[in-house]
Design a protein around this ligand. Structure first.
Ligand SMILES: Nc1ncnc2c1ncn2[C@@H]1O[C@H](COP(=O)(O)OP(=O)(O)OP(=O)(O)O)[C@@H](O)[C@H]1O
Length: 611
């Protein structure tokens, strides 16, 4: 469009038009007598200044504009093609000298370098978009196209193509889109009224525009739907604005309070736990661990005391295996008060509660009790020992206790008894120590079980004597149980561990073999004493120690028997066996001395007469 050939063609057309004009087609006014002179003058000027006009590019722009808008009843019709835009009487076009572009000047033929600075075509019925070729009027400062039928978008790019524009009047057209933001408009003054520009939100026309209906008639106006702010919306907005912060504040405070309370509860629990621990340590008599069971609990734990749950039984009742609701396996001992002569009174239960807090690796823990309400037998609930009792192990054909395990059981039972005698306040006397009451946990660690029940229940003399062989003969005389009674029983237990089950079997006479073995002990060879099932696989030194402890523990005079801590230390090898001045036979002698190792190297002397 702006090429040189194009402009040259126009130039030629322009020259021919001028020739035509000069040959007589000028308006009537020019047919006056001065006409030849004027034409001659113009021709002379044009000869002198062949380029005395708007710039070639501007001329080309106007040529196109005239082609484009010539149909419209506007000033464009008066643009005479034969005359340059800046020199001819072109209505609506204003020019200035190129070196003084700010001052509009009638660009007479005396001046050559003119440029278009003003274009005013108001109310000219111009249609279509703003022609982009207008950008060719690079010095345009004033553009007035108001009151036409122009439409389309006035984009920032279009406005930027008039870098020198200072006044723009596009009002009373049908432009759409949004009013260009002020920062995008290079001009100082802009007039946009009575168009179809929408507001920034694009939902309605901006102020001072035409009506929407009018715009819709002349344009393809499409507005985005507006959110109409009704009163309800406003109320909602106010509510949200007011309530949201309150809700947030309430939530934050609630969380803070809950957090603070949980922290203080944790602290309370910590101090409660700490003080309860202190109470347990400082007040061992507090029955905090031993709990009272209901009959239903124990009934369902033992599957209704089903025979399949029966573990064994003794003189004071039967023992059942049970499973509590929390999954703990327990041994439930039913106390047969009717047949055993046990007196189970308040004193008994108080004692049970005290015993219930004792926890030691060599003592079977008492977990709880049932008081025997409603004609039901009272019961004691203990830790279940998976490997049963020493009695079970020795009598069983399936299991066989090797010597190291027997020695460790002897040691464990001694430690357990020592704990009851010497570390509990007041000291606890077992009163019924025997192989069925030394129980074995999963690791075959010996645990003293069912301790104290004989003493606590004040059982009849007959009941205790029924465990003949293990009971201190002194008890038969005095009816009084002491720690030394337990020491005697321990001695007998040790004898059983060394010599095996033969001791536990009864003779046809009904007398336990054990008594015979006690008689034999004094004179028997060591090898004869040891359980033949061991087949000689035992530690001779340990067996000797055990034999000496048996003799020490079974002395007829209780005060000459060792304490359980002494027994434990002898077994551990941290204490020598006390040397007596003379040989003291067990059970028979009133002599106060201890036996020596030398007694085991040969024969034992003396007999057990009293049992
Ligand atoms: N806590 C336990 N865990 C596993 N088995 C046990 C437990 N207590 C007892 N038993 C089993 O029950 C058997 C009998 O125990 P119980 O205490 O009734 O015998 P006992 O001492 O002869 O009786 P009593 O003390 O009435 O004379 C034991 O030999 C053992 O097999």
């Amino acid at each position: 469009m702006w090429c040189l050939e194009c402009m040259e063609a126009r130039r030629r057309r322009h020259d021919s038009a001028l020739t035509e004009t000069l040959s007589g087609e000028m308006p009537t006014v020019h047919t006056m007598p001065v006409r030849p002179l004027m034409l001659l003058f113009v021709a002379l000027i044009l000869c002198l200044h062949p380029h005395a006009s708007a710039t070639p590019s501007e001329a080309a722009v106007f040529a196109q504009l005239r082609d484009m808008w010539k149909a419209a009843p506007s000033v464009v019709k008066l643009w005479v093609e034969a005359v340059d835009a800046c020199h001819g009487p072109w209505p609506g076009v204003g020019c200035a000298l190129s070196d003084r572009p700010n001052v509009q000047t009638p660009c007479s033929i005396l001046y050559s370098n003119c440029t278009v600075i003003t274009l005013k075509i108001p109310n000219g019925n111009l249609t279509g978009d703003i022609p982009l070729i207008l950008a060719g009027l690079s010095n345009l400062r004033h553009l007035d196209l108001r009151g036409n039928l122009l439409k389309g978008r006035v984009t920032p790019e279009l406005l930027n193509s008039f870098p020198k524009l200072s006044f723009l009047n596009l009002s009373e057209n049908y432009f759409t889109g949004t009013i260009p933001p002020a920062q995008d408009a290079p001009f100082k003054f802009g007039a946009w009224t009575k168009n179809c520009f929408s507001s920034q939100s694009s939902c309605r026309l901006a102020s001072q525009m035409r009506s929407i209906e009018e715009c819709k008639q002349h344009t393809s106006l499409q507005l985005q739907p507006c959110v109409s702010w009704t009163r309800t919306h406003l109320l909602l907005l106010i509510t949200v604005v007011l309530i949201c912060p309150m809700v947030v504040i309430a939530a934050v405070s609630t969380i803070a309070v809950l957090y603070w309370r949980s922290r203080s509860m944790e602290a309370d629990q910590f101090w409660q736990l700490k003080s309860s621990m202190r109470a347990n340590i400082e007040e061992p008599s507090q029955p905090s661990i031993c709990r009272q069971f209901t009959y239903q609990e124990l009934d369902s734990a033992t599957n209704g005391f089903h025979p399949n749950s029966l573990l064994g039984g003794g003189t004071t009742g039967f023992v059942y295996q049970g499973k509590l609701e929390d999954g703990t396996t327990v041994a439930v001992k039913q106390l047969d008060t009717r047949n055993s002569g046990m007196l189970v009174n308040d004193e008994f239960w108080n004692e049970v509660k005290v015993r219930g807090i004792i926890r030691h690796p060599n003592v079977v823990a008492l977990q709880g009790f049932f008081k025997g309400i409603g004609g039901c037998d009272p019961m004691l609930v203990c830790d279940y020992m998976p490997n049963g009792s020493v009695l079970d192990q020795l009598l069983s054909d399936d299991t066989f206790l090797r010597w190291p395990r027997r020695y460790s059981i002897a040691h464990g039972a001694a430690v357990g008894l020592e704990h009851l005698h010497e570390h509990c306040t007041p000291p606890i006397i077992h009163g019924n120590l025997k192989p069925s009451n030394i129980l074995l946990d999963r690791d075959y660690t010996a645990r003293v079980g069912h301790f104290g029940s004989v003493r606590m229940a004040k059982v009849s003399h007959r009941t205790v004597i029924s465990t003949l062989g293990f009971v201190d003969p002194e008890y038969g005389v005095t009816g009084k149980l002491t720690e030394k009674s337990d020491v005697f029983s321990y001695g007998m237990l040790l004898l059983v561990l060394v010599s095996g089950r033969r001791m536990l079997q009864s003779q046809p006479s009904g007398k336990p073999q054990l008594l015979n073995w006690m008689q034999l002990l004094a004179k028997a060879e060591l090898a004869d004493l040891v359980d033949p099932r061991l087949e000689g696989n035992f530690d001779k030194h340990e067996v000797s120690l055990c034999a000496q402890i048996v003799l020490l523990c079974t002395r007829i005079q209780p005060e000459l028997r060792p304490t359980m801590s002494e027994v434990r230390r002898i077994l551990e090898g941290t204490m020598q066996v006390p040397i007596s001045g003379s040989l003291d036979t067990p059970m028979t002698s009133s002599h106060t001395s201890f036996v020596t190792m030398s007694h085991f190297s040969g024969s034992f002397y003396g007999t057990s007469e009293s049992l």
